[in-house]
Design a binder for this molecule. Structure first.
Ligand SMILES: *Cc1c(COP(=O)(O)O)cnc(C)c1O
Length: 381
């Protein structure tokens, strides 16, 4: 089976992990701060907080922004369920903004309209989470401006897009947001096995996220209530937190992968341009690339008719296609919370026609030709 996505581990990556295994620290050693420094440097953000998943990063981002009971979080339906679930972790309510039919990203017009209604009803969201679907950046200029106008905080879910840029700035620089979150799951752009990171330019938000990822406990005398004069053993819990820490084993892998990030993105662009050419004559809609940014190209989603039949034929031919995404609001859990089919028609229409073709750095051109041949045959069948 040719997988739709997969990690790319080099001998250097393995040596970096091995060095940690032979060292004094498997966790809470020097590798995590080194990985965070590399992400801060690459994104241009002032602070990077590494954690054990993007889901954890989204959660501590919401906590840092004080999302709580009675508050409202908005995200898109065309995402992995984690982008919405984190609102419920904070006991907030969750709602969705439909996507743009061409980019599959949060639609700024839909957002503007929904904000106008919400403003009149006195029920504005506290936090908005646009998702940089497939590695392409949402319209952060308009989303950021709308959020600022209404005093709303923004978390970019950049799980698909470390290494991407938007209007000349790296994604993660947080120029139009409070916090940006990355995922390092093996199918994403770089990997730490499980892992994630939040970037921000706000020192107070970074401080809160650092507390939240490790039990709300601090050893920093300046943050203590009773003070540091107690003795060398002393730490204080000053907030509620979790154990969301990344290990040094994971961080060493991530740091090694960061050195390969530009090569990974370049390879994905070569393969995507090749798909663009090979698929040009087929009866399907190829993904558009916005001139506003340079995508990380996590996914290559196409839209076509008879999706279920084509999907089954491709899987049978050994092509590990996938579908991104089943609209979050249509899952039974969310329908039980009052949502239903029909609520966000653009995301639903996209879902019914979408297939993600295999795209990862180890995909060979011969395999890509095999994917295209199988697709051509399935479409004709
Ligand atoms: C993968 C993903 C997540 C969750 O990432 P984990 O690191 O697996 O927690 C969240 N949002 C989006 C859009 C994702 O693709």
């Amino acid at each position: 089976m040719i997988p739709y996505g997969r990690q790319d581990i080099s001998l250097d990556d393995i040596r970096a992990v091995e060095a940690v295994l032979r060292s004094d620290f498997l966790t809470q050693g020097p590798a995590v701060p080194a990985f965070e420094a590399a992400i801060a440097k690459r994104t241009g953000a002032a602070h990077a907080v590494a954690v054990n998943s993007a889901t954890s990063a989204l959660h501590i981002a919401c906590m840092a922004l004080d999302l709580g009971p009675g508050d409202l979080l908005w995200t898109v339906p065309n995402t992995f369920v984690a982008s919405a679930n984190v609102g419920l972790y904070c006991d907030a309510d969750v709602d969705f903004v439909d996507i743009d039919p061409d980019t599959y990203l949060m639609c700024p017009d839909a957002l503007e309209m929904k904000l106008r209604h919400a403003g009149r009803a006195g029920r504005l969201p506290k936090v908005i989470i646009p998702v940089h679907f497939a590695g392409q950046t949402a319209d952060m200029t308009r989303i950021g401006a709308l959020a600022r106008t209404h005093g709303i905080r923004v978390i970019e879910d950049a799980s698909h897009s470390i290494g991407a840029s938007y209007k000349g700035a790296p994604v993660g620089a947080c120029s139009a947001s409070d916090i940006t979150v990355f995922s390092f799951h093996p199918v994403k752009i770089i990997t730490t096995a499980e892992g994630g990171c939040a970037t921000t330019n706000n020192a107070e938000l970074a401080r809160r996220m650092v507390l939240a990822r490790s039990h709300g406990v601090t050893r920093d005398g300046d943050q203590m209530v009773d003070g540091a004069g107690q003795g060398g053993w002393y730490y204080e819990q000053i907030a509620l937190g979790y154990n969301y820490r990344m290990t040094d084993i994971q961080a060493a892998l991530g740091l090694s992968q960061m050195a390969r990030l530009d090569d990974f993105i370049a390879r994905r662009h070569v393969l995507a341009r090749r798909y663009d050419a090979l698929l040009a004559q087929l009866d399907l809609v190829r993904p558009v690339q916005s001139p506003d940014g340079h995508s990380a190209l996590h996914l290559y989603p196409v839209q076509l008719a008879a999706r279920a039949r084509v999907f089954a034929a491709l899987r049978k031919a050994g092509i590990g296609v996938n579908v991104h995404y089943i609209p979050v609001h249509t899952h039974p859990f969310w329908r039980a919370r009052g949502f239903d089919w029909g609520d966000f028609p653009v995301a639903e229409a996209f879902y019914h026609r979408a297939i993600s073709l295999p795209l990862h750095t180890r995909l060979t051109e011969a395999e890509q030709d095999q994917v295209v041949a199988a697709l051509r045959q399935a479409l004709a069948g």
